[in-house]
Design a protein around this ligand. Structure first.
Ligand SMILES: *Cc1c(COP(=O)(O)O)cnc(C)c1O
Length: 357
């Protein structure tokens, strides 16, 4: 008898839904928090020459010292803090979930938040505990501390700013969670470039704290580079689970040269922040729309018929993200990535047309 997936694949894996990536060909693409701006032509020329000369027949340098040095400088990593690089921060989340798993050790996160925390924990075989935010998307500290006490999680993920709600949680409340946690707390700063706030300076004060960043939302989503930062005694253990050549040669070359190239990514982030302000202002003038403030490069907003609005936008060539149905606190919510001024205007026009249709 040939074996079926039911015989072979773990129940919790078969129960997962694949992370959906819709086809965006020809669309105004505002669904995935990408930076809409290309790199300057001169920098692209430099990248082309580096790629031309790259030793693609060789394995990449597994420790990537040049790239780590630049990341240290650009991120302002405090002395004594070690770095672990990942093929995107998604891979680092996976490494963490695989590492901490003792029989029964839970992974804890808030809800709604980044869906990969739950997906990856589940795939790694760790029970996932989700603690609801308050209705205003702030941390429910009593509930959170209660869950920490009850489940004693080995790993807690907090996105700062949070995705998909866009807000920064109160730093003092996060500190209380770190102090109460019996295991590691990972502050996921994927949107740091648009927020300015960071837990990096607190690494020295909290021995169980790790801070994670990514270049994806800053403009390099295509090369996949995530960075986990923390005390050497944690990083050394996690490094054993990292696949030896997880950050490929081209990613290492390109990230290093782009980070070295003046302030191109931070200038683009500044332009995105300006547009975020305009987009929020305009959204708030649209009747029947509630738009939430954001410290990230996207805006969460609520309408009265999310599915109709999402479909109407799509038919008008604008792809955003519908969160309706994913969590009680996201009923009728949609999320739009901040694009170029033209893209944002196209979105606003399509939104008004759809609302009035
Ligand atoms: C987008 C996102 C990531 C994933 O980043 P990659 O480095 O592209 O894997 C991680 N965390 C949060 C909160 C995100 O929104």
């Amino acid at each position: 008898m040939p074996k079926t997936p039911e015989d072979v694949i773990r129940d919790e894996v078969r129960a997962l839904k694949a992370y959906p990536v819709p086809d965006a060909t020809g669309m105004v693409k505002l669904d995935a928090m990408e930076n809409p701006y290309p790199l300057p032509p001169e920098l692209r020329g430099r990248i082309a020459r580096l790629v031309e000369q790259a030793a693609l027949n060789r394995y990449p340098d597994p420790s990537a010292p040049a790239l780590k040095e630049r990341l240290r400088r650009v991120f302002g990593v405090p002395d004594g803090v070690e770095l672990l690089l990942g093929n995107g921060s998604d891979e680092l989340i996976q490494t963490l979930a695989l590492a901490i798993r003792k029989p029964g050790a839970a992974v804890l996160g808030v809800e709604p938040s980044f869906v990969m925390f739950r997906m990856i924990a589940t795939a790694a075989g760790a029970p996932y505990v989700g603690v609801d935010l308050r209705d205003d998307y702030s941390l429910d500290i009593e509930k959170l501390l209660g869950a920490v006490e009850q489940h004693r999680p080995g790993l807690i993920f907090i996105a700062y700013p949070n995705n998909p709600t866009g807000n920064l949680f109160d730093a003092g409340l996060i500190e209380r969670v770190i102090e109460a946690a019996p295991g590691l707390v990972v502050i996921d700063e994927a949107y740091h470039g648009f927020a300015g706030q960071s837990f990096l300076p607190r690494l020295a004060a909290y021995p169980n704290l790790l801070v994670m960043r990514t270049l994806s939302k800053l403009g390099l989503a295509g090369i996949r580079l995530g960075v986990l930062m923390g005390a050497e005694r944690w990083i050394r253990q996690l490094d054993k689970l990292r696949l030896p050549y997880n950050v490929n040669t081209l990613t290492q070359l390109i990230a290093a040269v782009v980070l070295e190239y003046g302030s191109v990514l931070t200038d683009q982030a500044a332009a995105i922040k300006l547009e975020r302000g305009r987009l929020l202002g305009e959204l708030r003038r649209v009747p029947r729309v509630t738009a939430y403030p954001s410290d990230a490069n996207f805006i969460l907003f609520r309408v009265s018929e999310a599915e109709r609005i999402f479909d109407g936008l799509k038919r008008r060539g604008v792809l955003i993200k519908s969160l309706h149905g994913s969590h009680r606190l996201l009923a009728d919510c949609l999320r739009v990535t901040v694009g170029t001024p033209d893209e944002n205007t196209a979105f606003l026009t399509a939104l008004t047309q759809t609302l009035n249709a």
